[in-house]
Write a protein that binds this ligand. Sequence first.
Ligand code: ZN
Length: 218
Amino acid sequence: MFIGHFGLALAAKKASPKTSLGTLMLAAGFVDVLWPLFLLLGWERVRVDPGNTVVTALDFQHYPFSHSLLMSFVWAAAFAAVYFGVRRYPRGAVVVGLLVLSHWVLDYLTHRPDLPLLPAGGPVVGLGLWNHLAATLIIEGAIFFTGIWVYLRATQPRDGIGRWGFASLMVLLVVIYLANIFGPPPPGAQAIAVVGMCSLLLFAWPYWVDRHRVVEVR
Ligand SMILES: [Zn+2]
């Protein structure tokens, strides 16, 4: 899942208004941030295999450190602890921890059975929504647009950056998402890892935009 993760991050602004959208998005996508790093280190493996599922050409061969259920709890606890250490905002710490964990749940829904429960050995699971293109677009799109709706009700733009910076970020996410699904498959594992590392820079955008919006008190 891609924009679905960010849909939950957007909606989480309502639950944790003092947390930046940048941090919420980073939490929801955190294990996908670790993943390209672990690919480059050789700890995890991916293979390009067009048709692996209808939606993705990626064969997630081995990714137990970033994507197993058990490690997701570890990353969630670590993310929440660091967040609490820096911000001293208990509510925010709980929300970002849950967002890190939610990543596994949404990936469980979408991936074919390739998601490990444990970092070593144990079964691999996945409900395989990615075998169904229309259902993927509808469900993931619904989560994403619900998230936008909740975020827009929870915050108000302070200026043009808050309004148009936010809108263009959302458009960009949709474009990346559709390009991933309908564009040509990536040339190889190395390219996936490098592009993944570069896309880290994108997280600066929601931090910037969020500072130009105020939380709406209702
Ligand atoms: Zn993932």
